[in-house]
Design a protein around this ligand. Structure first.
Ligand SMILES: Cc1ncc(COP(=O)(O)O)c(C=O)c1O
Length: 380
């Protein structure tokens, strides 16, 4: 067993949270920062002007480190949907262009593109042959008009991870913009945008990155980002502290802001971004590789402990497609909702998705948590 990370999180006696794919808990280090943010807003002399610049800057640094990119290339958002909307509304489409999405994918990946149809852009739903899209089948779906492919890295409803490397290479070879929603992956597995042929990623902050709800970010390859045609000019981004000190601030659009130009408004949102920065810094300190190893051992223990006479594992047992989202069904799938309820009544919180049981442990979980859940499954 690896380090006991559970001591870095609040432990609630008798409660086991195996639902990080829904929400991840704040680490203690982030809780302290949230308290400090409340103190700033309670005793306002503490809320120094510099904090409006420092809060986003710190978060940008942590997120840049997480995905292997300079902090200046991080766009701060409030959700995964934020980045997808930037792309959908900002790419210079031509009538007849085609966007490929995957049928059955998480809805946040589908809706942002649909509004483009009224501009003559064709949004095509690809039916994957297996649970998630394989690079081998993608080629047959690409046409001369295909401009963009949007996929989820780890599928929220079946736990399979796509091969982002292979999909990216094919997209790159065919001149297709490749967009990945990493919301169910970042924080649980290492990911470096410089090693994958990807053009944009988007991510929530409140799952595997253990931040508050209403957080997210995106990264858009600089050439693509600079080619967007999207009208956003937030006054706090456009003006420097020196500008603000003047009697009449300069009101001319700046074109040198880079990614920062597209940050969500209220960028210094200290209630959310201060604890989230601390949470990401905490994960980085632990080492994402080590967290991945720890999580793998939790997943292996869960999978290995399932009674095969009574339960079917529906997500991958091993290999690169396996993730931290483990889908299980009782042999009599009609019993799944009753099992979900029994687990909940016993203080074990998982998710019920599409009639299946979804377990999603993260670093704060221990082998004891897994054994406790297994003992309940066994007793049912
Ligand atoms: C893959 C995926 N993307 C996005 C989200 C959330 O999207 P948003 O942050 O836009 O609400 C979820 C879950 O809530 C998810 O599972």
């Amino acid at each position: 067993m690896t380090k006991d990370y559970s001591q870095d999180f609040a432990r609630v006696e008798g409660k086991v949270w195996l639902n990080c794919a829904h929400q991840g808990p704040l680490p203690n280090a982030a809780v302290d920062e949230a308290h400090e943010a409340i103190a700033w807003k309670t005793a306002l002399h503490l809320l120094r002007d510099e904090l409006f610049f420092d809060v986003p800057l710190r978060l940008r640094h942590a997120l840049g480190k997480l995905i292997g990119t300079p902090p200046e290339d991080i766009i701060l958002g409030n959700s995964a949907s934020y980045g997808l909307h930037l792309l959908a509304n900002g790419i210079r489409w031509k009538a007849g262009d085609e966007v490929l999405v995957v049928a059955g994918d998480f809805p946040a990946d589908l809706f942002p593109w649909l509004g483009l149809e009224k501009r003559g852009i064709n949004v095509r739903f690809v039916e994957p042959r297996q649970e998630v899209l394989q690079a081998e089948e993608l080629e047959s779906h690409l046409t001369k008009s295909t401009k963009l492919l949007c996929v989820t890295y780890v599928h929220s409803f079946n736990g399979h991870a796509v091969d982002v490397q292979k999909l990216g290479e094919l997209c790159r070879a065919k001149g297709v913009t490749f967009v990945i929603n990493c919301s169910q992956a970042l924080g649980a597995r290492a990911f470096d945008v410089s090693r994958i042929a990807v053009d944009a990623i988007t991510n929530v902050g409140f799952k595997w990155l253990c931040g508050p709800y209403g957080t997210g970010f995106c990264w858009i390859r600089p050439e693509l980002r600079e080619s967007l045609d999207y009208n956003q000019a937030y006054w706090l981004a456009m003006l420097t502290p020196e500008d603000l000190a003047k009697e009449l601030p300069r009101v001319t659009l700046r074109s040198d802001l880079g990614a920062r130009r597209y940050d969500v408004f209220g960028t210094a949102n200290f209630f959310n971004f201060k604890p989230w920065a601390a949470a990401v810094e905490y994960l980085l300190e632990q080492g994402i590789d080590r967290i991945e190893t720890h999580n793998n051992s939790l997943v292996s223990r869960l999978i290995g402990g399932l009674d095969p006479k009574r339960y079917d594992l529906l997500s991958p047992r091993e290999g690169a497609a396996r993730s931290t989202l483990v889908f299980v069904s009782h042999k009599d799938s009609k019993r799944n909702s009753e099992i979900y309820e029994s687990l909940r009544k016993s203080g074990v919180y998982i998710a019920s998705r599409a009639g299946k049981l979804r377990f999603s442990p993260h670093l704060y979980n221990t082998h004891d948590d897994i054994d406790h859940a297994l003992s309940i499954l066994q007793a049912i």
